[in-house]
Design a protein around this ligand. Structure first.
Ligand SMILES: Nc1ncnc2c1ncn2[C@@H]1O[C@H](COP(=O)(O)OP(=O)(O)OP(=O)(O)O)[C@@H](O)[C@H]1O
Ligand SMILES: [Mg+2]
Length: 227
């Protein structure tokens, strides 16, 4: 469960503070698939970085699975980030010299998992995203949609309970983008992973089932507007 209460975030630019998040309230239940839409520059990635423990709010409360994030030290934060959260980005961010298998296994290298176990786990998630046949291909030898599937496998390999995806279909054509959302949707259904997707595309947002809208640094949540 992700609970954000009255989250503010300002960036100090020389003498001026730019306020990006102006009191965000948002709850994402465990096992929920939710997307967020909003204009460029409105603060979506900033919010996602806070949810992903990559950045901290200027004020407000963030409670993750019952634990206040403000009370965690740097070691706790990186531990939870590494164990609990998988990230997916618009540009896939795969390492060009590594094969699909090696890219997917990389997070486990940092965890100190032995090679045999790493490769077993990497093959298991490549299979889940339908990319086992391409395990020895390098990113340049894969299509955009295939690269994103490999990147999703890399996000999955550590067994996260949450996946955060920042414009995961932004670099893909419409059909391939929809296939990627179908994959997220299946992972959400079958593995009960909480998935939060930033998108510009209303078709994608609707395909996710639920979406919230960000505007002027706050979230307009159709889920709660009628309460
Ligand atoms: N490190 C930073 N320092 C100062 N300002 C920042 C920083 N990061 C983001 N901003 C500002 O915060 C605002 C929100 O940025 P953010 O990246 O969250 O937008 P976004 O909604 O993800 O936009 P897009 O859809 O274009 O990706 C922008 O106006 C940006 O200039
Ligand atoms: Mg962004």
């Amino acid at each position: 469960m992700i609970e954000l209460k009255n989250i503010h975030k300002s960036y100090q630019m020389g003498p001026v503070a730019v306020e990006v998040l102006k009191g965000v309230n948002l709850s994402i239940a465990s096992g929920e698939l939710l997307s967020i839409v909003g204009q460029s520059g409105c603060g979506k990635s900033t919010l996602m970085n806070i949810i992903g423990l990559l950045d901290s709010p200027s004020s407000g409360a963030y409670v993750l699975d019952g634990k206040p994030v403000a009370q965690m030290n740097d070691d706790d934060l990186s531990e939870i980030r590494n164990r609990k959260i998988g990230f997916v980005f618009q540009q896939f961010n795969l390492l060009p010299k590594l094969t699909a298998l090696q890219n997917v296994a990389l997070p486990l290298v940092y965890r100190g998992t032995p090679e045999k176990e790493r490769n077993r786990a990497a093959r298991e998630v490549l299979e889940k995203v339908g990319m086992l046949e391409r395990e020895h291909h390098r990113p340049a030898e894969l299509s955009g949609g295939q690269q994103q599937r490999v990147a999703i496998a890399r996000a999955l390999v550590g067994n996260p309970s949450i996946i955060l995806a920042d414009e995961p279909t932004g670099a893909l054509d419409e059909k391939v983008g929809q296939e990627i959302v179908e994959l997220f949707s299946r992972l959400n259904r079958e593995e009960a992973i909480t998935i939060f997707i930033i998108t510009h595309d209303m078709t994608i947002a609707r395909q996710c089932g639920g979406f919230v809208r960000m505007k002027d640094g706050v979230i307009h949540d159709p889920k709660t507007q009628h309460h």
